[in-house]
Design a protein around this ligand. Structure first.
Ligand code: DCS
Length: 501
């Protein structure tokens, strides 16, 4: 087991602390810029919003860890294998001369060869190294639109789709569009995935928090959202949008259809854009819940383009495929006026286009092999194997957290995380304060130091003041889970024994 030297751990605590609590420096930028320093750009001269924004998932605490990464939703970095069919098609598209060779038929499935031809025929000059249309290759958007329509039972339009390098740039695009100053606000769940807080900060707006109710399995309650909306408005903040992450990160809940209808009605009534983060749509592990897109829900309520503005963020990084490094995503934009649409289009043109491999994968995940295709059986076995293993890992870790003294834990209905609450003894809170560390960060550092297990302190996602959490992914390989369970349990027992009153 890897152990950290005491001074190393101390340094880690202190540097993590700095990143969490430091304020942006407000020294005279002009003076710094005019100095004769040969490196004129310093942290005093750069954009203060960059200094302010925080991204806990990859914070200092992570940088020094060696083993058992439970901090990052990055499946293939933990040994998850890519889906063979997707990679076969991608390889053939990237090196099309393979398609003319006899050996290729022995090495690749017939439907991957056929699919690669289809995709290459959609790409002008079959040039996967050329820029595409700024929204993404039209033929790929057509097939993604067909996949969305098959998923939802409602029409999807290829012109509403913007293919992006993952969901993250799409979120930035929308924040860039909506936010003009700190007087503009976006309603965001707390806890939230810090892409939202970081992006709102970077674009100079205000995050209007609404708290998910931990007691009801991180339920999203309209009364709470309404209260926070009104509080923000009374402070003169113009609130433009409501972010909903479904399934939730870090909270793992899957919304019920009734709840989704309430949310749609609320946005319609209040004139809010519904920013629906649906990157975990394939990651649902319980039989009594099902993913429904907000587009499907709103259309099934009879609402069309003119009734509600809705943006759905999708990604190839999550699901059973976990192709984080290939950077592919798709944003479906509905219910904006033609002139606003033009401006969204303009932002997309500034970015030229997203990478073509990511675009191809985005097309494939929405249109995987079908029954009767040569790859269908192996594809289904790979997909189901990954999803059922994730469900088992989620359950084992959930049961482990629940068994620990002073810990309660959500059910991971979906997504890739557990977000247990730890009722830390007062003595531990005081010990954390003595080293100027947030109590959950203190716990996470002790855990890392003792076991090599890396989790993210709850403060990185936001939590009700006075409550403490950690986020732990369910992604480590199944054969490593018993070691995690044993180490975590032993650590927690000794931590509680040390600090128990
Ligand atoms: N939205 C949510 C809810 C996410 O969890 C993530 C990534 C993204 C968007 C952005 O993903 P891509 O840009 O790759 O499409 N999840 C991060 C996390 O929580 N841990 O690792 C990555």
């Amino acid at each position: 087991m890897r152990r950290f030297a005491a001074d190393r751990a101390k340094k880690l605590v202190l540097s993590f602390q700095r990143s969490l609590y430091s304020q942006p420096p407000f020294s005279s930028c002009a003076a710094a810029a005019m100095s004769s320093n040969p490196l004129p750009v310093t942290v005093d001269t750069i954009n203060a919003e960059v200094l302010k924004c925080e991204y806990a998932v990859r914070g200092e605490i992570v940088t020094h860890a060696q083993i058992l990464y439970c901090n990052f939703g990055n499946p293939q970095s933990l040994g998850q294998q890519p889906i063979t069919f997707f990679r076969e098609v991608l390889a053939l598209c990237d090196h099309p001369s393979l398609l003319d060779r006899d050996e290729t038929h022995a090495l690749f499935s017939s439907d991957s060869i056929e699919r690669a031809w289809q995709i290459l025929d959609q790409i002008p000059d079959r040039a996967t190294g050329a820029y595409s249309h700024c929204q993404g290759v039209k033929g790929l958007r057509d097939s993604i639109a067909a996949g969305i329509a098959a998923r939802d039972g409602f029409h999807a339009n290829a012109d509403d789709l913007f293919l992006t390098d993952g969901a993250s740039p799409a979120v930035h695009m929308m924040m860039q569009l909506l936010l003009r100053s700190e007087k503009d606000g976006i309603l965001c769940p707390i806890p939230q995935y810090p892409l939202y807080s970081a992006s709102i900060t970077l674009h100079g707006g205000t995050l209007v928090p609404y708290y998910l109710n931990e007691a009801t399995g991180w339920g999203l309650e309209i009364s709470e959202v309404k209260k926070q909306l009104e509080a923000a408005q009374s402070k003169g903040i113009a609130v433009w949008a409501l972010v909903v992450i479904n399934p939730g990160n870090p909270t793992g809940q899957v919304l019920t259809e009734d709840n989704q209808r309430e949310i749609v009605d609320f946005c319609k009534k209040e004139g809010l854009v519904l920013l629906a983060d649906e990157v975990y749509q394939e990651n649902v592990y319980v039989d009594n819940k099902k993913f429904n897109s907000f587009k499907k829900i709103s259309r099934s309520m009879g609402y069309g383009e003119e009734d509600i503005a809705l943006v759905s963020f999708q990604s190839i990084s999550k699901g059973y495929h976990g192709e984080c490094g290939k950077r592919g995503g798709c944003m479906e934009v509905c219910g904006f006026s033609a002139d606003v649409r033009e401006q969204i289009y303009k932002i997309a043109t500034v970015n030229a286009c997203s990478n073509i491999s990511g675009q191809i994968l985005a097309g494939l995940v929405m249109n995987p092999p079908k029954a009767g295709d040569e790859s269908f059986e192996s594809y289904s076995a790979e997909r189901d194997g990954i999803l059922s293993s994730l469900a088992r890992r989620a359950k084992t870790l959930e049961d482990t957290f629940k068994s620990l003294e002073g810990v309660s834990c959500n059910k991971a209905e979906g997504a890739m995380y557990l977000f247990p609450r730890i009722d830390l003894p007062q003595k531990a809170i005081e010990a954390a304060a003595a080293v100027k560390t947030a109590p959950d960060a203190f716990y996470a550092l002790r855990l890392l130091d003792a076991t090599g297990i890396v989790v993210v302190p709850g403060s990185g996602f936001g939590q009700v003041p006075g409550t403490w959490h950690i986020r732990c992914t369910i992604l480590p390989p199944e054969d490593k889970i018993p070691a995690i369970v044993t180490r975590l349990t032993a650590f927690h027992e000794s931590f509680m024994a040390e600090f128990r009153e």
